[in-house]
Design a protein around this ligand. Structure first.
Ligand code: MG
Length: 218
């Protein structure tokens, strides 16, 4: 019972995601670093594991990949400080924050919510649970992503604007975080389109990697 968080896909209740959290990304987009973490949510029905496909959502013509380090919450917390955050980390995962970029652009333009562009089925491909001890220095771990074998994103979590303890602390001031909840910590520069028939492969240095075909079933 104590370690249900390890099975985050079945026991976590929410995915809290941060955007614009890498210096390389804000620099590439020519936008200022956010003055506080920008949060949104994905439903847990967005999870998909290796062996399954990433499905292009209905009507989407521009699906983007975003490789991210995910943090699994170990125990319930609310309003904790950054210095307390480590105790609430149960482990990690590798994740993709798949984004229907055309829907996203429209939502931003018209000041509409992001739920559809970020939360559709298969928008959160994930690795298995990674034990905490396997990533002792989570503030400097490499992450990479290839599309059809070509490197598109390659960075380190050391480039984050808001480090993981600060993100957990900030989120916990507004949302009670529970065992198995996942925090997606943002994507570095290089996010771009991926089309039906292509394959995404991504990893955390040599700790873990995963591969997903992209298909359009509509
Ligand atoms: Mg993202």
């Amino acid at each position: 019972m104590a370690e249900l968080y390890r099975d985050f896909k079945n026991h976590g209740k929410k995915i809290v995601a941060v955007c614009r959290n890498y210096r390389s990304l804000t620099a590439a987009q020519g936008i200022p670093n956010p003055e506080k973490p920008i949060l949104f949510m994905k439903p847990t029905t967005a999870y998909v594991s290796e062996g399954a496909n990433i499905k292009v959502p209905l009507g989407c013509e521009l699906l983007y990949h975003e490789v991210e380090l995910g943090v699994v919450i170990r125990k319930r917390c609310t309003n904790i400080s950054p210095s307390e955050a480590d105790d609430y980390i149960g482990g990690f995962l590798l994740a993709l924050d798949m984004t229907a970029k055309d829907f996203h652009n429209e939502a931003k333009q018209k000041s509409r919510p992001w739920f559809l562009c970020k939360g559709f089925d298969t928008s959160c491909p994930v690795s298995e649970f990674i034990d905490k001890y396997r990533i002792p220095n989570y503030s400097d771990v490499g992450l990479w992503l290839k599309v059809d074998g070509i490197m598109k994103q390659e960075s380190s979590t050391s480039d984050m604007i808001y480090p993981i303890p600060e993100i957990i602390s900030y989120a916990s001031k507004y949302f009670t975080l529970e065992p198995g909840d996942v925090i997606l910590t943002g994507t570095p520069a290089g996010s771009g389109p991926v089309f039906s028939g292509q394959t995404i492969e991504c990893g955390l240095t040599d700790i873990v990697s995963m591969k997903f075909p992209v298909v359009n079933t509509h």
